[in-house]
Design a protein around this ligand. Sequence first.
Ligand SMILES: [Zn+2]
Length: 252
Amino acid sequence: MNRTVVNCAVRLSKGTLGLISKPRHIPPAGPSSSIISLPRCSHSTNVRVRSYLQYIKRKVRPNHGAPPYDHVCQIGDPVLRSQAAAVDPETITGPEVQGVIGALLRVMRKLQCVGLSAPQIGVPLRIVALEYTEKMMTESRASVSPASTEARSISVQPLRIFINPSVRVLDGRTVLFQEGCESISGFSAAVPRYLSVEVSGLNEKAEPVKWQAVGWPARIIQHEMDHLDGLLYVDRMDSKTFINVEWETHNE
Ligand SMILES: [Zn+2]
């Protein structure tokens, strides 16, 4: 999800745990080869330029093509539509899963989003993280009114990591608020979510954990849980509320 709107979301080295999706296509030859893999429906001449820039990026950063990424995958990437695999509890404290968790936190904090899931960094495993710091809360006050903060039950949340989480609905009433997602960069929409849920799973030490969330944090965990099942907020949104968050600046 985005920082104040809601949250965002989290990919592994090839071969890790045997659960990772195939590595992305890397152009074998020059820049022209990367153009071939572009969607045929694109009519923009910018596509060719962007494709070339991506090619250069891969050359400069050899690791760019291997998850876990240090960026967030965008809608259209098949990893965001896959059913993430459960993590073998025996492997949680091992270097591979710990590496994924570390990458998840780095990306989440770099982007200052309040939640992120492993599929969003290219790793189709059932791992999510949430965090909303005092600093983020303070900074959000510049853009979110106190009334809105209270109405949405926005509050500071310590770092929580859930592995193989499951959710039980505690209060089936739904509330509609605007959400964003780092995997649908630049847009947001109003999405109905249950008012209160209980999350059960394992933490980063492979210990069983349970958490009851109400309001805004409950929204975040529902959003992140959806990522593990290949769902995005656009599948649940009120489509008439779908906006480009920069729409006003386009008129300036
Ligand atoms: Zn998201």
